[in-house]
Design a protein around this ligand. Structure first.
Ligand code: UDP
Ligand code: MG
Length: 314
């Protein structure tokens, strides 16, 4: 059996000075426990990816690395975003298994042990799945619920209530690297990898300090990115409604001509206004949707680097 694999815990950090010291302490405890129980190799590491923080995050990582060499650091040249920081960590660390977890440890790190056990049972991907969402605001809970529903209708396979807390084997990470797209929405890419997978369940806590790095605007953009890079269904819906509207307007035209020859046409300001506003609205909306896809293509063809590493601590 592949016992005692080398583990790398990847932690993306963006302005996390308020939580970092505590998170390092907690993760170290879990790391020590895993080594003591011979679940992971002594060469395992915790890798903090500094995603262009403007606060004391990087100096804190440096300090921790000096004291404990199993703590590594990757410093990106500027802020690239959560998904990009995760990839920087995954693709620039060698290990047998990788676990990604947010720096605020809202996702319960105690289940890391269960994730590793699932790996030994044969899973190459282990999803961390939240039991309840009662620590979220009413708004976040409901928008998330709708997001999963819409994605399902659009044919995108997602694991409900799973964010970016997961275990990936080295083989899974290498396979993920084959997905060359720049529009990153990891939680939809990972199920496409295939291989045997498992879920571990946990209760998500409230953020203890600092503020969320996903304000509403970022959340909406992230959701749009998820849809436009994984499903062409909105485009098909546009075509379909175009066909239906064309058929309806053909009959409307027939009716208009008949009415004209019957001399029963009247000055129809209200109906004309409704038709104009309705169809202008639909046209702009559809153009917007097509625009989202063009924007995705625009990002892809430029093929810019997903992240740039400034310095590393290893
Ligand atoms: N993060 C990042 N770059 C960003 C935004 C966020 O590396 O541009 C990190 C952040 O430090 C945290 C994780 O991504 O470790 C998730 O962010 P947060 O906890 O603020 O999101 P929420 O839990 O509120 O959805
Ligand atoms: Mg968080």
């Amino acid at each position: 059996m592949k016992k005692c694999a080398e583990l790398a815990i990847i932690v993306p950090c963006y302005n996390e000075e308020e939580v970092l010291e505590n998170s390092i302490k907690t993760l170290n405890k879990i790391y020590d426990d895993l080594i003591k129980n011979e679940l992971i190799a002594p060469s395992s590491k915790i890798v903090f990816v500094n995603d262009g923080s403007k606060d004391q995050t990087w100096p804190l990582i440096q300090k921790a690395h000096k004291k404990q060499p199993h703590i590594k650091g990757i410093c990106l040249s500027r802020n690239f975003g959560h998904q990009e920081a995760l990839l920087a960590g995954l693709y620039n660390t060698t290990a047998d298994i990788y676990i990604t977890i947010d720096a605020d440890l809202q996702d319960d790190p105690a289940v890391i042990k269960n994730m590793v056990k699932e790996y030994y049972k044969g899973s190459e991907v282990v999803y961390g799945v939240r039991n309840k969402r009662d620590t979220d605001s009413f708004f976040k809970r409901n928008t998330a619920l709708w997001f999963y529903k819409i994605m399902k209708i659009l044919g995108v396979e997602l694991v409900s209530n799973h964010a970016d807390f997961r275990l990936l084997s080295r083989r899974a990470v290498c396979t993920m690297a084959e997905f060359k797209e720049k529009n990153l929405f990891l939680r939809a890419i990972v199920p496409l990898i295939g291989f045997q997978s498992a879920n571990v369940y946990y209760d998500r806590k409230k953020r203890e300090a600092g503020t969320t790095k996903y304000p509403l605007k970022k959340m909406i953009l992230f959701a749009l990115k998820g849809i436009s890079s994984f499903s062409a269904v909105p485009l098909h819906l546009i075509t379909l409604s175009g066909i239906i509207i064309s058929i309806l307007s053909f009959f409307l035209m027939l009716w208009t001509i008949i009415a004209y020859f019957n001399n029963s046409t009247i000055v129809g300001w209200a109906s004309l206004m409704s038709a104009i506003t309705f169809f202008s609205g639909i046209t702009i909306l559809f153009m917007g949707i097509i625009g989202e896809y063009i924007a995705s293509i625009f990002i892809e063809v430029k093929n810019r680097p997903t992240y740039i590493i400034d310095k590393t601590l290893d």
